[in-house]
Design a protein around this ligand. Structure first.
Ligand code: SF4
Length: 336
């Protein structure tokens, strides 16, 4: 619930709006997992809300902890659907980043993705998205500072629910809009909607290939929205929001990591206000793609930097656990 919804609820049971602020603070900011922990509420009031409200609905099915501090959860909702949520910590930074899922499974069919292998099951409700952050906070007794929508699912295929979840993360968890990132595989209709509402959180786009032929091979969305259409929609988005976008490019060994690919990408995004985030491919068991060589990564980065853009290589997190999206649930469902 948003604070406004909590206020309406309190008024409906003849309580003051102030009670809503207290409940809001306990749940979203102080990691209360049950109403009995809310000691500044009277026992009578706690009993009353206990009868009609629940704080969360998930169960933690599995938890994996990486040597680098990454923690990956497999969460199960009431209908038995499972999604992954990951907490990532980065050295020398106080940021605690939650990577959340927006759908159970995914229909976009990207060839390098473990989630795609499960197909699409259903959209997540706003509370199920928010509960992933709650689950992490409550389990680790920490405050999440950043959220990225890079888990299972394509957020722009579940836009209304994702926007509602972002509203709660921003207003109730008090996570700044610029600390929230929505990542899309390139659903242009959704990007246009984000431009229409002047979406202020960060927008990251999985580009991964610099021409239609290769991109369509690994990302079926490219057949619907070819790469030039995608780049034009991003330019329009930047014009409206005045915010730089992030181009995500996963380097796959001997597939899209050549000097030629780097030059082609430079040219493609020459006039786009963007940063570039290079991701090193984390192989999914049994797939045909492989990690790129270190030398290819460095050359690729160097060429892109020549175009004056800021280029970062995403720090690898959770390499010793199943941290790529869909890997943990994939294994869970193979076993069960
Ligand atoms: S990479 Fe993202 S958009 Fe593509 S299939 Fe996987 S979850 Fe869906």
């Amino acid at each position: 619930m948003t604070k406004k919804e909590l206020e309406d609820f309190c008024l409906s049971i003849n309580e003051t709006k102030y009670r809503a602020s207290q409940i809001r603070n306990w749940i979203y900011l102080k990691n209360a997992s049950n109403f009995d922990m809310m000691t500044d509420l009277s026992r009578k009031f706690r009993d009353k809300i206990n009868e009609v409200l629940r704080i969360s609905t998930y169960k933690i099915r599995q938890k994996q902890i990486s040597l680098d501090g990454t923690v990956k959860y497999l969460l199960e909702f009431e209908d038995g659907s499972c999604v992954e949520a990951v907490l990532m910590r980065f050295d020398n930074r106080e940021n605690l980043t939650a990577c959340v899922s927006s759908q159970v499974g995914c229909q976009m069919g990207c060839k390098f993705c473990a989630t795609a292998k499960r197909g699409f099951i259903r959209n997540l409700e706003p509370f199920e998205i928010v509960e992933q952050v709650l689950a992490i906070q409550n389990d680790l007794k920490l405050k999440v500072t950043n959220v990225v929508f890079m888990g299972q699912g394509e957020p722009l295929q579940n836009l209304d629910n994702v926007l509602k979840a972002i509203e709660i993360l921003n207003n109730e968890f008090q996570i700044g809009k610029r600390r929230i990132t929505l990542s899309t595989c390139g659903v242009v209709s959704g990007i246009n909607k984000l431009a229409e509402i002047n979406f202020q959180p960060n927008l990251a786009i999985s580009v991964h290939c610099s021409n239609d032929k290769k991109r369509s091979e690994i990302m079926p969305i490219n057949k619907k929205y070819p790469i030039n259409v995608l780049i034009q929609s991003l330019k329009d988005f930047v014009n409206v929001t005045k915010n730089r976008v992030t181009i995500e490019y996963t380097l796959i060994g001997e597939y899209n990591d050549s000097i030629y690919d780097a030059r082609e990408l430079s040219l493609l995004i020459k006039d786009l206000k963007c940063n570039i985030n290079l991701i090193i491919y984390n192989p999914v068991l049994g797939d045909k793609f492989k990690r790129p060589e270190k030398i290819s990564i460095q050359k690729f980065k160097y060429i892109l930097e020549q175009s004056g853009k800021k280029v970062t290589i995403r720090l690898e997190r959770g390499a010793d656990i199943d941290a790529a999206c869909g890997q943990l649930s994939g294994k869970y469902f193979e076993k069960n």
